[in-house]
Design a protein around this ligand. Structure first.
Ligand code: ADP
Length: 603
């Protein structure tokens, strides 16, 4: 990232506020003009009062006149300056805040449009993304203010003071002109020196933020293993590196700041000596008042340049943070792919032909998968953990695209489908479904934002959450995040009832539930499954056994396929899993215990 590129990227965000920039610039130019008034007034005052001091005594009325004029000019100038400062700060700050808002919203919109693979790439972990966005928005918006609002008036102010110095006396002007480049050179050297450490600061900030997010997300694991001290130590190490780096930045900054003050003071001393010398030798136009005048003008030359350091720092930060930020904002090829095909009806016949898939980290999860999933039927994917079952569901939902091979839905390649349209027709229930901050009703409504209250109650009833919700003090208005895992799962199912899609993917929907909740949810799912194309991944025998077709997977390959009875007879992974499940259920003993008293309750 260089300065030109940075400005090019920022420009579209400043464009809507260009008239504010113009207004602020006009105001600040006026401000820099009247900033020179003090020096001129002081010069005139010293000389005028000096002229009054004659041995015969002076005229009080003349002195009073001088003092009144000075007071009026200086106070008037201050009032005007205060008004200008207020307007300038207000416009500048308003612009910074607006640009910051636009940048934040732009990045949120972009992130929402990215494909899932983007979030799996290393460096795009939640905490890191968050830090890059926060720091990017912060530093870019303050750069906008520094560059578009502060920079030009600073230069103008310095230039104006310099011109006045030359107008007053050529030698004095030359002395100032000689000091200024030294001052700027030191400022540039400082910025260069700090650059590497500032890049490190960005890295450490991201690490800190990611570390914290990861602690918050895994609090129960940390506590259950009593690993607080290990986590604390990890953070401590990052903090220590961060603060060491920070101290280095500060130490170097202070050293350079000291050097700059020294250069400035040497300049002031040179100007005093030179002017005093010119006064003493009776150089034309040189009076005592000129000493003050020149010193003040010189301060007007160096003061803006001191501020230049702040702009330099802000620009350097922006160059560092902008790269990470615009990598997120303008990530090439990360936008979710979408076709345009929107059929009037989706039947749900799915075919996978020679599908291979590799995750962004290089794990090859699927090898040459061939499957045929029939419309209106229940197809189960069976296999040990890590066999690739969830990956298939991810591909079918178009979260990822296959490396090779094709996936056809009703005979048309999934790539050709309008992605949003496709997902409108697919329901997905996972082992753990995300419940958003908000009420039960709001969470169910996520399935269909324009649903009526009746529809929501109906969906809640079908998902067996309605009666339970009514028992809570606030009914459907209770906070959903405070519910148990089973209740949250029912909310996810109620969402699906509202959505009512023709294709349903169930990825271990009851894996984390107890037997009673499992039975209730199975009943809800059985109701929703009717007439739909269903793919179910489950370790629960009862759910697999109900399916019309089973595919067994091992290490990313399809091993067997067929209906449950046929597959069991043939032996293989399915038989192994079924036998193991029966043994783990202790089915012999169970049958004995249940004995004659067990009666099947109708679902
Ligand atoms: P299953 O659902 O059968 O338990 P998965 O489809 O989740 O299996 O995983 C299949 C393989 O892909 C595993 O080797 C797993 O480690 C890998 N995998 C799953 N998710 C990711 C991911 N987000 N990034 C990288 N590899 C992954």
């Amino acid at each position: 990232m260089n300065l030109f590129l940075l400005m090019q990227k920022i420009a579209p965000y400043v464009q809507p506020y260009r008239w504010w920039v113009v207004a602020t610039l006009v105001l600040t130019l006026m401000g820099s003009l009247i900033a020179q008034v003090n020096a001129v007034v002081l010069d005139r005052t010293v000389d005028a009062i000096n002229a009054l001091l004659v041995p015969e005594g002076f005229d009080w009325s003349q002195a009073a006149h001088i003092l009144v004029v000075i007071s009026v000019v200086l106070l008037g100038k201050e009032v005007l300056a205060a008004l200008i400062r207020y307007a300038q700060n207000y416009f500048g700050e308003r612009m910074r805040i607006m640009v910051s808002k636009d940048l934040s919203q732009a990045v949120v919109d972009r992130i929402l449009s990215y494909r899932m693979a983007f979030f799996l790439q290393s460096g795009n972990e939640t905490g890191r993304l968050q830090a890059r966005i926060d720091q990017g928005v912060g530093s870019l918006s303050s750069t906008v203010q520094s560059v578009f609002i502060d920079l030009l008036p600073l230069f103008t102010s310095a230039l104006l003071a310099l011109i006045l110095m030359f107008a007053a006396n050529l030698y004095v002007g030359l002395t100032a002109l000689f000091i200024v480049p030294i001052y700027i050179a030191v400022t540039i050297a400082q910025a260069r020196r700090l650059k590497g450490w500032r890049v490190n600061m960005r890295k450490f900030r991201e690490m800190k933020s990611n570390g914290l997010v990861s602690i918050l997300e895994s609090m129960n694991v940390i506590k259950s293993f009593n690993r607080e001290s290990i986590e604390s130590e990890k953070q401590w190490n990052i903090q220590t590196q961060f603060t060491d780096n920070q101290m280095l930045v500060r130490k170097t900054s202070f050293r350079f700041d000291g050097l700059k003050t020294l250069v400035q003071q040497v300049g002031t001393v040179l100007i005093i000596i030179l002017t005093a010398y010119l006064v003493l030798i009776g150089y034309p136009g040189m009076t005592i008042g000129k000493i003050m005048y020149h010193v003040m003008l010189f301060a007007n030359v160096t003061a803006p340049i001191t501020q230049l350091q702040r702009i330099f720092d802000s620009l350097n930060d922006a160059l560092i943070y902008a790269e990470g930020f615009f990598d997120i904002l303008d990530a090439e090829g990360e936008t979710e792919p979408s076709g345009t095909y929107r059929p009037t009806e989706i039947k749900g016949n799915i075919q996978l032909r020679g599908v291979d898939f590799t995750y962004p980290n290089g794990t090859k999860a699927l090898h040459n998968i061939n499957m045929c999933i029939d419309s209106g039927k229940i197809t189960a994917l069976v296999g040990l953990s890590g066999a690739g079952k969830s990956t298939i569901v991810n591909l079918l939902d178009k979260f990822y695209e296959p490396d090779c091979g094709s996936i056809l839905l009703d005979g048309v390649d999934l790539r050709e489908y309008d992605t949003r349209y496709l997902r409108d027709h697919i329901g997905l229930v996972l082992q753990k479904n995300h419940i958003f901050e908000g009420t039960i009703e709001e969470n169910i409504r996520y399935g269909k934002p324009d649903a009526t209250t009746e529809e929501i109650i109906d969906a809640a009833r079908k998902a067996s959450i309605y009666d339970q919700a009514l028992r809570l003090p606030k009914g459907l208005q209770s906070q959903a995040t405070a519910l148990s895992g089973g209740q949250q799962q029912r909310i996810a199912i109620a969402r699906m009832f509202l959505k009512n899609p023709p294709i349903i993917f169930l990825d271990e929907p009851t894996a984390s539930l107890d037997a009673v909740a499992t039975e209730q949810i199975k009943a809800s799912l059985d109701a929703i499954k009717a007439g739909c194309t269903v793919i179910i991944i489950s370790h629960s025998i009862s759910q697999i056994i109900d399916s019309d077709m089973i595919y067994t997977l091992r290490e990313g390959r399809v091993e067997q396929s067929g209906n449950p009875d046929e597959l069991y007879r043939r032996g293989g992974v399915y038989k192994e899993i079924l036998d193991a499940s029966a043994r783990s259920l202790n089915i012999g003993k169970l049958a004995q215990t249940l004995g004659a008293t067990y009666t099947e309750t109708p679902r």
